[in-house]
Design a protein. Structure first.
Length: 264
């Protein structure tokens, strides 16, 4: 298994990491284009711009949190712009996309909660395919394992430790995220009618997925080496904070009695 799918010309190659992310984005975009409720909320032009902003902010947010959470300071600041290289924080992407998207929708006077609900519906697809890309690249690798399904990386271009049987944590994560998508798509969007609930459910579940999967990640980054904060990784603390905010959001929206909250 190589992190490079095929060579194009000279130093140019197609990496599995970027290819799977692009595939996930393409599938999410295709589903969004056929989403009738979404078409009633936003025009095609604004939809295209919002997707572009999500891609840019998601990439930068994921990169920045990844760089800040490394055990050793990152000295190659150009890594922030090297989109072809692995190294990402999904939670960082979620936070950056949420802030950017809410700001754009507010300025354009688009129903924020209703729109974000439709986008949250397809977000797990992008994340799920992105984790498959991580699996091929060797990043986000799991702890050593003696299970029969453990994976051993041997290509020197892989980011994972070589010649060590590891949990395929990336595939666990991909499966959980795809399960989340199926739940939201076939059950959630019909059960959670109040605008904003679907988004909060997605945020809570996606953050808990990262919280749980980090227990078997071998590349966990810790805040401190001792003390209370050392019991969980940086991303686990962020995940708990996101989940807590999402839970509060569900309670607030559920208790909200206004009939026009969809325009917020």
């Amino acid at each position: 298994m190589s992190p490079i799918l095929f060579h194009l010309w000279g130093p140019l190659s197609v990496h599995a990491y970027g290819a799977f992310i692009a595939l996930g984005v393409a599938i999410a975009w295709t589903l969004a284009m056929g989403d009738k409720p979404l078409k009633k909320i936003i025009s095609l032009d604004d939809l295209v711009v919002s997707f572009q902003l999500m891609l840019l902010s998601g990439f930068l947010g994921g990169r920045i949190v990844c760089m800040l959470s490394q055990p050793e300071p990152v000295t190659d600041y150009l890594f922030l712009f090297k989109f072809w290289e692995p190294g990402f924080s999904i939670l960082g992407s979620i936070i950056a996309i949420t802030i950017t998207l809410v700001g754009y929708l507010y300025v354009k006077h688009i129903a924020i909660l209703r729109y974000v609900d439709r986008i949250a519906l397809y977000s797990p697809i992008v994340q799920s395919f992105g984790r498959i890309g991580c699996f091929f690249a060797g990043c986000c690798f799991g702890c050593p394992s003696s299970a029969w399904w453990a994976v051993t990386y041997q290509d020197p271009y892989h980011m994972a430790p070589l010649h060590v049987a590891l949990h395929p944590a990336q595939l666990y994560s991909s499966f959980m995220l795809m399960t989340l998508f199926l739940f939201l798509f076939f059950i959630g969007q019909y059960r959670f009618k109040k605008p904003g609930i679907l988004s909060c459910v997605y945020l809570a579940c996606a953050s808990m997925e990262r919280f749980l999967i980090d227990f078997i990640r071998w590349d966990r980054a810790f805040t401190l080496k001792s003390g209370f904060l050392s019991c969980l990784s940086v991303h686990q603390w962020i995940a708990l904070a996101v989940c807590a905010c999402a839970t509060v959001g569900i309670v607030v929206i559920t208790k909200w009695t206004k009939n026009d909250y969809g325009s917020v």
